[in-house]
Design a protein around this ligand. Structure first.
Ligand code: FES
Length: 128
């Protein structure tokens, strides 16, 4: 995919986020924020038999952070949790397919970091 097309895909996810909202009876939930700007992403997952069978997000922030969260939900829905937890920053940035500077990379990785943190914590980590 060309970088122009990848950017268009990103902006489409920002305008029309996929999997936005809450997961009924979620097993894993987390809110993560970018300390530099204060933007947030909240992720809820339902994991059953080691599979992420449902994942949704809510958030407030820049286009890259929110679009990236939408793409993440599409990427890991139906995936084994162990496989999702093993996605590296580099893997994910490559998947997004756009060149970002270091500050914007933090935006793009906010939701991935949140998901990995929630998976490694083994369940809800923000109050449920
Ligand atoms: Fe805050 Fe992008 S500017 S997450």
């Amino acid at each position: 995919m060309s970088e122009d097309l990848a950017y268009e895909v990103l902006m489409d996810h920002y305008r029309n986020p996929h999997n936005y909202g809450s997961v009924k009876d979620f097993t894993h939930g987390i809110t993560e924020y970018n300390p530099i700007c204060g933007d947030t992403v909240h992720i809820e997952m339902h994991i059953s038999n080691g599979i992420i069978d449902e994942i949704k997000f809510m958030g407030r922030g820049c286009s890259i952070s929110q679009a990236s969260a939408s793409i993440l939900t599409e990427t890991v829905k139906g995936m084994p949790a162990a496989e999702a937890a093993a996605i590296t920053d580099q893997d994910y940035l490559l998947k997004l397919g756009v060149s970002l500077g270091p500050a914007r990379e933090k935006c793009a990785l906010l939701s991935l970091n949140a998901m990995r943190k929630s998976l490694s914590a083994g369940g809800s980590s923000d109050g449920q």
